[in-house]
Design a protein. Structure first.
Length: 317
């Protein structure tokens, strides 16, 4: 049974590598109008054509280069798990299944945008977001389950490369999903432009507050080292404010500036919280080591006393 699971997981790892390579090729073609799969519009062109008050400045899309590079590195790392049989099952098979589904949703979103078939793209964007968070959840669960068996090096690689890398990807996917949500309401459901953007920004604000509370309370143990969410939000809201500062309704201008401020504040709070926890853990580790070291002389003294104390002979009456 265990060997069957290892084979299934190895297949998932290889398939994940193949699918993401295909995504990179298709993204390059879609963004350079190479005509792949009959697509003839780049993502940037479609974003400009279907602009909303929440659309970011063109430079913001450079973050996809970071997402693709970061993801490629951890996917190559995950491929080593096929041959390293001593590594515990920190990244389970369902983790790779979830990420493969997110990749498929990304491919579909890219191609439908390139074909200028806009209505389905909202569903694909939300599917991509959901599957990315599912993969992140699987990674956290695997780390928690194998926390006593995983090597320290693998622990930090997964925290820094896998979890923070997927967090960057998932956060940008979240921004993209709610941009398409507002876009769909405006262009295909007749909702007022200002109202649609206000609704999307309001939902993002609520999600940010809930996430910040959970990562510092109930999920603190799992999310402590995931810090890349807020820099992505800062990047996205900065790009949106710069592009739409003079073209956005007053209320949405205020909301975007408030979200930018909130992202910066939460990021500072996250760094302070992480620093404080690391310092406390080091103090606890040092105090535990000091207690153990202090017990050594006492134990040695008791042994010496027992060694030099003459044994009393028992007399039978």
């Amino acid at each position: 049974m265990a060997s069957c699971y290892r084979v299934m997981k190895a297949v998932c790892i290889v398939l994940n590598l193949i699918m993401y390579t295909l995504l990179l090729v298709m993204n390059y073609a879609a963004n350079n109008r190479s005509g792949i799969l009959l697509g003839n519009r780049s993502i940037r062109e479609m974003t400009r054509k279907y602009s909303i008050e929440f659309s970011p400045a063109p430079f913001a899309f450079e973050i996809w280069k970071l997402v693709n590079a970061w993801t490629s590195v951890w996917i190559l790392y995950s491929a080593t798990h096929i041959f390293r049989t001593s590594v515990p099952d920190v990244l389970p098979a369902f983790f790779f299944v979830s990420f493969i589904l997110a990749t498929i949703a990304n491919i579909a979103w890219t191609q439908f945008m390139s074909w200028e078939i806009i209505p389905p793209t909202t569903g694909f964007a939300f599917a991509m977001m959901i599957f990315l968070y599912a993969a992140l959840l699987c990674s956290y669960a695997g780390l928690h389950k194998q926390r006593y068996h995983i090597r320290k090096l693998d622990f930090w690689i997964i925290q820094l490369l896998v979890n923070n890398g997927i967090a960057v990807y998932a956060t940008w996917a979240t921004i993209t999903a709610f941009q398409h949500f507002a876009l769909s309401m405006i262009y295909f459901h007749g909702v007022n432009r200002e109202l649609a953007v206000t609704i999307a920004l309001g939902v993002i604000a609520v999600a940010m507050i809930i996430w910040f509370i959970l990562e510092n309370t109930l999920w603190k143990q799992h999310l402590l080292y995931t810090v890349t969410i807020y820099p992505v939000l800062i990047w996205a809201f900065t790009a949106s404010v710069i592009l739409n500062l003079k073209h956005v309704s007053h209320i949405n201008t205020v909301i975007m500036q408030a979200l930018l401020t909130m992202s910066g504040t939460f990021f500072i709070g996250k760094i302070c919280h992480l620093t404080w926890n690391v310092v406390q853990m080091r103090k606890h580790t040092r105090s535990s080591d000091d207690i153990e070291m202090s017990e050594i002389p006492r134990a040695q003294t008791r042994k010496d006393k027992q060694k030099h104390t003459p044994k009393r002979e028992s007399h039978n009456s």
